[in-house]
Design a protein around this ligand. Structure first.
Ligand SMILES: Cc1cc2nc3c(=O)[nH]c(=O)nc-3n(C[C@H](O)[C@H](O)[C@H](O)COP(=O)(O)O)c2cc1C
Length: 188
């Protein structure tokens, strides 16, 4: 079984980035992938702030990460970078936790102006954690993501297409023998 861990880096709820991960999860499950989502806002704040590497709350996320073949990291842009709470979490991971894993970064921002934030801010950290296979970032602006009354999200057509394209690449990278299903295959 090919396993994926999706990490949601927003301190907010409801969250657009979390909504995108839920959308991605549905598509990837259809491809037969086994996916878990963790949200850094669910971890004990004190463990994150005080840098408690031995926090019992980290045992499960670390185990999921170790088993994962692919990792999706989704963050809102805060002050032209990823969020502080995501960094606090990444700081607690063992060295080289991302070695051998395919990594897909996803970011949402209020403005397109910070499109490159993931390239200059997040990617060096992913690289420090051992990631060598990092797919092209999916960056979305808020107006492309409409929140629904039930806290789910509706993506605009352009974003949906872009996300499907990159998820197709992600599936091929984590599961090279996969025959991509028509749902994703039509995303050309
Ligand atoms: C404290 C804070 C700082 C932000 N800074 C930026 C920023 O520098 N650039 C930007 O494009 N959007 C910025 N935003 C907007 C968020 O990135 C955007 O609304 C994002 O979609 C929120 O994602 P979420 O719903 O998953 O939390 C900021 C939002 C907050 C709350």
């Amino acid at each position: 079984m090919t396993r994926i861990l999706a990490i949601a880096g927003s301190p907010s709820h409801p969250s657009r980035t979390y909504g995108i991960l839920e959308y991605a999860t549905k598509l990837l499950q259809q491809e037969g992938l086994d996916i878990d989502i963790i949200s850094v806002r669910d971890l004990p704040a004190e463990d994150l702030i005080f840098g408690r590497y031995d926090s019992p709350a980290l045992i499960q996320p670390k185990a999921l990460l170790e088993k994962a073949d692919g990792v999706i990291i989704a963050t809102p842009i805060y002050k032209a970078a990823y969020t502080g709470v995501l960094k606090a979490f990444l700081d607690l991971l063992p060295q080289k936790s991302l070695t051998g894993k395919v990594v897909l970064p996803i970011a949402t921002g209020g403005t397109i102006a910070h499109l490159l934030a993931i390239e200059y801010a997040l990617k060096p950290i992913l690289s420090e954690l051992g990631a060598r296979h990092i797919l092209a970032t999916v960056y979305a602006v808020d107006k492309q993501i409409q929140r629904q009354a039930d806290d789910s999200i509706q993506l605009d057509e352009e974003l949906e297409q872009r996300l499907q394209d990159v998820l197709k690449e992600f599936v091929k990278a984590v599961k090279p023998s996969a025959v991509v299903s028509p749902e994703l295959a039509h995303a050309n």
